[in-house]
Write a protein that binds this ligand. Structure first.
Ligand SMILES: C[S@@+](CC[C@H](N)C(=O)[O-])C[C@H]1O[C@@H](n2cnc3c(N)ncnc32)[C@H](O)[C@@H]1O
Length: 210
């Protein structure tokens, strides 16, 4: 049965992060372009990408331990060796910025980040100008960030965060993410929100060349 490693920075890879080689040091071929999904949850996007795009490394950053374990079990049961797939169990902001080597990441995928709609929960929202700045700095030339959300308020806030952070430009009209990379399959949350009649917003930003 194939084994999928779960990276736990404090236990196994902390030195790698500190030394600046970042997540790519853990892949069989660390020189492949690196794409990162933040919050894969129970969705197969990352797994499908790793299967269909063996010429890239795929890293999932997920802060729910339960979901990481479930993901690992699911991948192992499928039995396909995937030397280009890794999961890390951490909040994304703990890693990106502090530990990812600048200019290293080819793309981020962020599908249905929790919107935390209540005002007193606003501090939990992921897409702040500071975090967008950290994502931007970790991207390589022509790096991109693909996002999806069902929240009309959050989509505006995300665009404001990009505007405030600077250095990225929105690409109009593309349906990024799952459709753009691994076939036109909606994610688990996309399906859920569509069934409830919600509008889905897709956004793509690319890094401006220096
Ligand atoms: C609403 S679910 C979306 C799951 C999946 N992307 C989809 O479209 O079906 C959000 C996921 O992001 C994870 N998450 C939320 N904030 C995170 C953070 N700061 N760092 C890493 N994962 C996070 C949650 O645990 C959850 O699995």
């Amino acid at each position: 049965m194939a084994k999928l490693a779960v990276l736990r920075p404090y236990e196994t890879t902390w030195e790698d992060w500190l030394l600046g080689s970042g997540a790519s040091a853990q892949f069989e071929d660390p020189d492949l372009p690196l794409e990162i999904e933040i919050g894969p949850g129970d969705d197969d996007f990352l797994y499908e990408c790793a299967c269909e795009h063996a010429d890239r490394n795929w890293l999932g950053i997920e802060y729910s331990r339960k979901r990481v374990r479930r993901y690992v079990r699911k991948v192992e049961q499928r039995g396909k060796p995937l030397p280009n797939l890794q999961l890390i169990w951490r909040p994304a902001a703990d890693l990106i910025g502090p530990f990812l080597t600048p200019g290293k990441v080819a793309a981020y995928h962020i599908y249905f980040p929790d919107p935390w709609p209540k005002a007193h929960h606003a501090r939990y929202r992921l897409m702040t100008p500071e975090f967008v700045g950290a994502l931007r700095d970790s991207l390589g030339r022509e790096g991109r960030i693909d996002l999806a959300t069902d929240s009309d308020e959050y989509v505006d806030e995300i665009r404001e965060a990009f505007a405030e952070a600077g250095g990225m430009q929105e690409v109009e009209g593309a349906r990024p993410g799952p459709g753009g990379v691994a076939g036109d399959r909606p994610t688990v949350f996309e399906e859920r929100w569509r069934a409830m009649g919600r509008t889905i917003h897709f956004i793509r930003f690319t890094k401006e060349s220096a």
